[in-house]
Design a protein around this ligand. Structure first.
Ligand SMILES: *Cc1c(COP(=O)(O)O)cnc(C)c1O
Length: 371
């Protein structure tokens, strides 16, 4: 099997597996318990909190562990908007047409309770331009949310510029960094971001764990999304998932190194050189993109047969990961102007970092067979 869907979920790194095994064996106590073992677990959790904070230029006290980026996005919107951080007459949200589906669902909720939402359109290269965000901002805008890297296109948005615009206008700024974390350098102060969402399973960590950064967390009056027994500064109740957090820590420690050496191998260029250029449309040509993610359209290829005949060989995302079983074309591809027919012939190829040349040759050969 050739797995080319790492943007949907990255296989567990060997170092993460080892750390999970150790954690499940040794760190089973409840981190809130006052005995020796509880204290040890709490210390281990806080080491990962420090590690994550260090990586993004934040303080450990600004990091909350969550179940993943979906929950972090929920906390970003709900804790900030429904707390006491913005005045009650500000009920306008700015986000984009290319966010992860969970953000749309959260915005639908806010619309149901009286907010207005503006969805900024990307340019043809899939990038959210700073000017487009500036133009969407109104006097009653409370919150701007723009993802760092898009999960279908791999495009990198200029969130440092967007953060500056929000800072100058005194508007809270959130960014979903599920796809960028571990691959693109992040400094929360350079970006002027107030909240940022992370997920472990996009970088070789376990599923079901993630984090959110919230600037000056303890000074803010935030609304908890999960009311509980005071864990995670009262913002996110429930016994803290120590083993998963330690696995997340191992992913943070090792994924970046693998990604760095992957980048130096120019895998994307190698793969593209294997395809006949005239049969491939690069959807975000020229845009700033991740090294391991590629969105291509194969207009002359019988893509349905290609997928069907290779069911047991290739794991590829056609359309988008979350909506590929639905009939609707992906909202991201629609937003960059692709028709439904063309969207159907579009693939997101997201390489594992240890992909070998033989696998890429095989993929290119299979595409040629059906073209
Ligand atoms: C995967 C992903 C999510 C969801 O993350 P989970 O940890 O699975 O909840 C959110 N946003 C983006 C951009 C993603 O790629």
């Amino acid at each position: 099997m050739i797995y080319l869907d790492t943007a949907a979920s990255y296989p567990i790194l060997p170092e993460v597996k080892q750390s999970l095994n150790e954690a499940f064996e040794h760190y089973y106590a409840n981190s809130a318990s006052s005995h020796l073992l509880g204290g040890q677990v709490s210390d281990e959790i806080n080491k990962v909190r420090e590690q994550l904070a260090d990586q993004i230029g934040a303080y450990p006290s600004e990091i909350i562990f969550t179940s993943g980026a979906t929950e972090s996005n929920n906390i970003a919107f709900k804790s900030l908007l429904l707390g006491k951080e913005v005045s009650e007459d500000k009920k306008h949200i700015v986000t984009t047409q290319v966010e992860h589906k969970c953000t749309f669902a959260i915005c639908d909720y806010f619309k149901s309770i009286g907010y207005e939402v503006t969805y900024v359109k990307p340019n043809k290269g899939g990038i959210i331009e700073t000017d487009a965000v500036t133009n969407a901002i109104r006097p009653d805008t409370a919150f701007v949310s723009v993802m760092h890297v898009n999960n279908e296109l791999g495009t990198i948005n200029p969130i440092d510029e967007i953060g500056q615009v929000c800072f100058d206008a005194g508007i809270l700024f959130h960014s979903d960094a599920a796809q960028s974390f571990g691959k693109v350098d992040i400094d929360v102060d350079d970006i002027n971001v107030d909240a940022m969402s992370f997920s472990a399973h996009k970088i070789g960590g376990p599923k079901g764990i993630g984090a959110i950064y919230i600037r000056d967390l303890r000074k803010k009056h935030l609304m908890p999304v999960i009311h509980g027994a005071g864990q995670e500064d009262g913002l996110r109740g429930g016994t803290v998932a120590a083993p998963l957090i330690l696995g997340f820590g191992a992913a943070i420690k090792y994924f970046g190194k693998y990604y760095y050496s992957f980048k130096s191998k120019n895998v994307k260029q190698y793969f593209l050189s294997k395809l006949k250029a005239e049969n491939v449309i690069f959807n975000v040509n020229g845009a700033d993109t991740l090294a391991n993610c590629l969105s291509i359209t194969l207009p002359e290829t019988d893509t349905d047969t290609l997928v069907r005949k290779n069911e047991t060989l290739l794991c590829l995302a056609q359309g988008s990961a979350c909506s590929s079983k639905e009939i609707e074309p992906s909202h991201v591809l629609s937003a960059i102007g692709l028709t439904r027919e063309i969207a159907d012939k579009t693939f997101r190829i997201s390489f594992p970092l240890n992909i070998d040349y033989a696998s890429m040759d095989k993929l290119a050969d299979e595409i040629k067979v059906f073209s």
